[in-house]
Design a protein around this ligand. Sequence first.
Ligand code: CA
Length: 224
Amino acid sequence: MRILIVEDEYKIANSIRRGLEQETFAVDVAFDGESGYDLASTENYDVIILDLMLPKIDGLTICKNLRAENIHTPILILTARDSVNEKVEGLNSGADDYLPKPFSFTELLARVRALSRRPKQTLDSVLQTKDLTLNTKNLEVKRGKILIELSKTELSLLEYLLRNKGKVVTKDQIIEHVWDYDSDVLPNTVEVYIGYLRGKLEKPFKGKSKIIETVRGFGYKVSE
Ligand code: CA
């Protein structure tokens, strides 16, 4: 899952970024409204965290403009404490949720996770295919009862594949949702990570079914 943070306070922006990266999200940060709007309208994000008071373009205008351009990425607005007007205005401008400042990281994470869920997965914190499960709350991956250790990127890749269960995802889509803007990722990198995942999820489980299918010329798929 890839997140955009638009927040001009460096300390807040960077602490949210660090926290989300530890939870295996890919994170981009914009420190003013203009660059935030540019990224939000050209890149593919799963959730946008948007401050309201921003230099150059304010948060509400960004929100309205994105919706007017038919970009429906879920938006979580950060508001000043107890400002009912800001909340109402934010929701009217097309935001999906709001969080008053100051907030705890746990609270922010819960909102981001709720917004990043695909409609089909509502309430599901455990993603599953065959005998493989990924618990998105504690990040535990298991095949049957056996716990499997994955790196952050492997976890993020597996989560993306499981959230798109039954669909073929291309290498470009994987790159857009699993890695952030600053990463140098080549299509070959995706193959390498798919290889790592197979090495951990399939190889040690001889005789059990495969988890990741390669769809030649298109990409990868995890079956329903
Ligand atoms: Ca601000």
